[in-house]
Design a protein around this ligand. Structure first.
Ligand SMILES: Nc1ncnc2c1ncn2[C@@H]1O[C@H](COP(=O)(O)OP(=O)(O)O)[C@@H](O)[C@H]1O
Ligand SMILES: [Mg+2]
Length: 596
């Protein structure tokens, strides 16, 4: 019983019940009805035959047969309809569980750890029918299978009227086929790493084909054949795997057939002997013979395949939420964050490595950002600039040391309250396929605030607030990289209007030309006055405006000071600054220079 409760099949039916209790109850009621009707038909036929034999009236037995027959015809399609309707909410419920598993944890680690990411990607295929039919498609097959079992059971029960051992022998005979033919029912092991890998590749190939940015490269580099050929190989590989899984063991099939033959021979021999001795009326003989034939519905059939296939991924989906939660968890503190920071933010001897593994990004990082001032961070690719921003947002916790806000460990602050203090433009900010209004204020804001933020970011002339920022939508429009950066800046500036006091800008102007950048910075400085600002940039024209500049290298701060101080010190900052200045002088088209 305990094993049954843990089985994928049991959980599958649990999901059906949770997703739609009413439909699930109706579904089971129809299973019972579909099981009883064939047995009723068999009984009615026996009744009719004995009525003929004894010269009784045929009306009632004929009506009974008619009712059972019509019932069988009507109930099956009704069951199919209920099945389909039950499959849809079940699928939706599972999908929602997956989304919750991804979105609920406050941190990101669960999305970056390879094993969980694999399982999350695989579980998503549940209702997309990638490895097999989806749940709504499978449900009529499962319904038919369970109805067969119910009908087989009802027929077997009739056999108690003949000999006590007859139902036991016949049910054992037919049920044994499940055991012997079991291996053939495993159509495809979704958990098989080989299958998982092919799945991910197929999903990725599809995304590449529909994604607008990827479509540019697909055409230029002639990648269409590569993707289609790749897809074909993947499908062939999946077919091989499924074929392997479906092939029946020959020996097992032979054993199953022998058992079925022996069991039925025994029963029909006893039935015939009884009839010849005159112990059985014709009516009863008919009923028992029909019932024995009907018992075959207990045998291994398509149902094992439909059900196993639909149920197999359920435990994975149900467990994912539980497995993701602790990995991505960042326990929130309770201290309020209103008005913070009043004095400053300090990285106190911070060490950090990403949970997914890899090297130590920070080791003994010490840095203080005074409240209400601006700090620029420069450093080579991979120096840890973006990581520093992520730690500030508490998307991860340091593995050593602490990030302190006014001397309070970030971990002690109420997480949502702290994040509400932040206005962030990430380097890889999201280009929402939503209206301009929703791109600027995804969490909602008044049109006045949205417009003011757009003006501050010099993005007020891009489109109407209601225009969807993607040409794939009616009336939608596409923006250039630089225009998108203005929208992302407006999003952060809108947060500032809504009360954020810490502004983090990670390469916010990398795609803007120099004139556009100068324009924006004038507005930006006004809009973020009084905020604590962290600016990550490669552009020294931007960086030099900051109150303080820090140079990050090998996970540590190697230089810290004002522009003039750092130039005077003649260190790494000066070298980088002069290199870039020389590039600008060399190139005539200074305005178009884009440094990444
Ligand atoms: N999500 C991640 N998981 C594992 N390693 C990462 C992740 N993001 C960045 N890294 C690694 O951390 C280091 C610092 O990255 P990052 O902070 O993005 O550098 P920067 O912004 O200075 O270019 C790099 O070596 C990078 O490969
Ligand atoms: Mg970066």
């Amino acid at each position: 019983m305990k094993r049954l409760r843990r089985s994928a099949e049991w959980r599958f039916f649990g999901v059906l019940r949770t997703a739609s209790p009413g439909l699930a109850a109706a579904w089971w009621a129809l299973v019972a009805l579909r099981g009883l009707l064939p047995a009723g038909f068999v009984l009615a036929m026996g009744w009719l035959i004995s009525a003929v034999q004894h010269g009784d009236g045929l009306g009632l037995p004929l009506v009974a047969m008619g009712v059972a027959f019509v019932g069988m015809q009507v109930v099956a399609p009704a069951h199919d309809a209920v099945s389909g309707n039950l499959g849809v909410p079940a699928s939706a419920w599972l999908h929602e569980r997956l989304l919750l598993a991804c979105v609920t944890p406050a941190g990101l680690a669960h999305l970056e750890r390879a094993d969980l990411a694999d399982d999350l990607a695989m579980a998503r295929e549940v209702d997309r029918g990638m490895t097999g039919p989806d749940i709504p498609t499978s449900m009529p097959g499962i319904a038919a299978g369970f109805s067969s079992y119910a009908a087989g059971t009802a027929n077997v029960v009739l056999l108690f009227g003949f000999r006590w051992w007859a139902p036991l022998v016949l049910s054992a005979t037919w049920l044994s086929t499940h055991w012997f033919l079991r291996s053939g029912a495993i159509w495809l092991q979704r958990h098989d790493p080989d299958v998982a890998e092919q799945q991910r590749k197929a999903g990725y190939a599809y995304r590449l084909s529909v994604d607008a940015p990827a479509s540019k490269e697909m055409r230029l580099f002639g990648l269409g054949d590569f993707v289609i050929g790749g897809m074909r190989d993947i499908r062939l590989r999946l077919m091989d795997l499924s074929w392997e899984g479906r092939r029946l063991g020959r020996r097992q099939a032979e054993i199953a057939m022998a058992i079925v033959a022996v069991g039925n021979a025994l029963f029909f021999w006893a039935l015939a002997a009884s009839a010849m001795h005159g112990d059985l009326s014709l009516g009863r003989l008919t009923v028992f013979a029909q019932a024995a034939i009907g018992a075959a519905a207990l045998a291994f059939g398509e149902n094992d395949w439909w059900l196993r296939n639909a149920a197999q991924p359920i435990p994975l989906v149900l467990q994912l939420a539980e497995r993701a939660a602790p990995v991505g968890a960042l326990p929130s503190g309770t201290r309020q964050a209103a008005g913070m920071p009043a004095t400053g933010i300090t990285f106190d001897n911070v060490g950090f490595a990403y949970p997914a593994g890899g090297h130590q990004v920070f080791e003994g990082l010490n840095l203080t950002i005074p409240a209400g001032r601006s700090l620029a961070i420069v450093g080579q690719n991979g120096a840890g600039k973006t990581t520093l921003a992520k730690l500030l947002c508490r998307l991860y916790d340091p593995t050593e040391g602490a990030v302190l806000v006014d001397g309070v460990d970030l971990r002690e602050l109420d997480l949502a309250a702290w994040r509400a203090r932040l206005a962030v433009v990430f380097q890889d900010f999201v280009r929402y396929e939503l209206s301009l209004r929703d791109n600027v204020a995804p969490g909602g804001a008044s049109d006045a605030d949205v417009l003011a933020a757009l003006v501050d970011a010099r993005a007020d002339d891009l489109a109407d607030l209601g225009t969807v920022l993607n040409r794939g939508y009616a009336g939608g429009t596409d923006l250039s990289g630089g225009q998108w950066q203005r929208v992302a800046l407006a999003r952060a500036l809108c947060s500032v209007r809504l009360g954020a006091g810490v502004v983090i800008l990670d390469e916010p102007t990398a795609q803007l030309d120099v004139r556009g950048e100068a324009e924006i910075f004038a507005g930006l400085l006004d809009a973020t006055r009084g905020c604590t600002t962290i600016l990550i940039s490669h552009r020294f024209s931007t960086v030099r405006r900051a109150d303080l500049i820090c140079v990050l290298e090998h996970g540590q701060v190697i230089e810290l000071g004002t522009h003039d101080e750092l130039i005077a010190a003649g260190g790494r900052y000066k070298t980088m600054f002069e290199l870039q200045a020389a590039r600008f002088e060399d190139a005539d088209a200074v305005e178009d220079e884009v440094v990444r």
